[in-house]
Design a protein around this ligand. Structure first.
Ligand SMILES: CC(C)(COP(=O)(O)OP(=O)(O)OC[C@H]1O[C@@H](n2cnc3c(N)ncnc32)[C@H](O)[C@@H]1OP(=O)(O)O)[C@@H](O)C(=O)NCCC(=O)NCCS
Length: 147
């Protein structure tokens, strides 16, 4: 099935918010998706499937020579099709082209899908942040060297 990987546009906002709710439920961050589309340091990429519309997205922030993964989510019925991996790869490739030397992220240790995905892409655990999330769960800090 034909799917395009592209930068998100304002017209994607409703689809992005729906994906965010599906992916994160009660843990939707306070930073609004609309803000991410306008922040000069943020990049939002989507997989836009010809038949199903926007099925996955990633938001990253470019900070100095780092690229930080803010959110990545794939619609439940489109998971394990390689979308998250492709989105992250694109975001890192473009950040590296602009001078980024490493990618960083925080993830819940119990989020097996996400931790497995990041390890499969070469991320390694740097540290652990105690009670990082609003519900008291710790975060793993993971790093991928790009250079
Ligand atoms: C984590 C998430 C983004 C993965 O998206 P996805 O598009 O299904 O991921 P991909 O298809 O690119 O998976 C790539 C690899 O990640 C790993 N992976 C992904 N989901 C997995 C799962 N449920 N169990 C084990 N490994 C998994 C595998 O290594 C997989 O490769 P494989 O399918 O060849 O085995 C998706 O499960 C999701 O949206 N979860 C809810 C939101 C979330 O928790 N986001 C991450 C925190 S910001």
């Amino acid at each position: 099935m034909k799917a395009a990987l592209r930068r998100a546009a304002a017209a994607d906002l409703a689809a992005l918010e729906a994906l965010e709710r599906e992916g994160f439920g009660a843990h939707v961050p306070k930073e609004g998706m609309a803000d991410e589309l306008t922040r000069s340091w943020a990049r939002v990429y989507v997989v836009d499937d010809a038949a199903r519309g926007v099925v996955a997205y990633v938001t990253v922030w470019r900070v100095a020579d780092e690229v930080e993964v803010i959110q990545v989510a794939t619609r439940p019925d489109a998971r394990r099709e390689g979308h998250a991996r492709a989105l992250l790869a694109r975001a890192f490739e473009e950040a590296q082209r602009d001078g980024a030397v490493r990618a960083l992220l925080e993830v819940r240790p119990l989020n097996v899908s996400a931790v497995t995905l990041y390890r499969a892409m070469g991320f390694v655990e740097l540290s652990r942040r105690a009670r990082y999330y609003d519900d008291g769960e710790d975060a793993l800090v993971m790093e991928l060297r790009l250079a």
